[in-house]
Design a binder for this molecule. Structure first.
Ligand code: C5P
Length: 235
């Protein structure tokens, strides 16, 4: 079955500080989005990349991708995104031509994911999983809190979940296309990833090992780390 990757890249990146939309910030001289597209195209299985651009920036993103070489085997499409990540992914799915039965959803904000991780996700979907997420154990202990009574008040801790059973999940998340489309057509709750929508359908989601370099560039320190990872790769 053919595989396509949808890359939601329509976020503003407010937590990263002022500047261009996050996906267009430069890492090692190249926009983060270009790194993310190349990371998907690095997999020989991926023959189409659908980039979901900021609604007012689709033409700019198209020009950008035309200017950066991708492998000959990989096509790309650019579509305008929505108000939320979930809406943006849905708009990307709506633009997928027939024939792509495996779909990856990959955050533009994870520009450095290694190709072995991408291939492991695809492999697990090929082996029959409806949904696959790359996952890593947590370094930190996690607390569940109650919302503060008033802004600035302390947040009371209510529970400490068993860390050995928790995982931080990354992207690309991989799906049987029909399952992901059904999830996006059914689930309307606010979610932060696509696999959770598939979970709500009652379909089993499985994990494969994630990778440290698939971290999400969210805050200013993440840019420092991303530059360091790129510099190390160039050695
Ligand atoms: O906000 P968060 O870090 O979870 O965003 C993850 C990814 O979703 C980013 O690549 C961002 O560009 C994308 N996104 C989007 N449309 C939105 C909000 C976020 O495509 N409205």
């Amino acid at each position: 079955p053919r595989t396509a990757a949808v890359i939601p890249a329509a976020g503003r990146g407010v937590r990263l500080g002022p500047g261009a939309p996050k996906a267009l910030r430069v890492l090692g001289g190249t926009p983060m989005l270009v790194h993310a597209v190349r990371a998907m195209a690095a997999s020989r299985a991926v023959s189409l990349v659908v980039v979901v651009a900021p609604p007012d920036g689709a033409a700019e993103v198209k020009t950008l991708l035309d200017a950066h070489a991708l492998p000959d085997r990989t096509d790309f499409l650019v579509v305008p995104g929505g108000e939320t990540r979930q809406e943006s992914v849905k708009l990307g799915l709506d633009a997928l031509p027939p024939g792509y039965d495996i779909v990856l959803v990959h955050d533009a904000a994870r520009p450095l994911v290694p190709v072995d991780t991408v291939d492991a996700v695809i492999e697990a979907v090929r082996d029959g999983a409806g949904a696959v997420v790359p996952a890593l154990p947590l370094a930190d202990t996690v607390k569940q809190v109650e919302p503060a009574a008033a802004p600035g008040d302390p947040e009371p801790v209510v529970a400490t979940p068993d860390r050995s059973l928790l995982r931080a999940v990354q992207t690309p998340q991989g799906f049987d296309r029909a399952t992901l489309v059904r999830a996006h057509g059914t689930v309307t709750d606010d979610v932060t990833d696509d696999a959770s929508m598939v979970e709500q359908l009652g379909v089993t989601v499985v994990t494969v090992p994630g990778h440290e370099e698939a971290f999400k560039v969210t805050r200013p320190l993440d840019l420092v780390l991303a530059e360091a990872v790129l510099a190390r790769r160039r050695l």
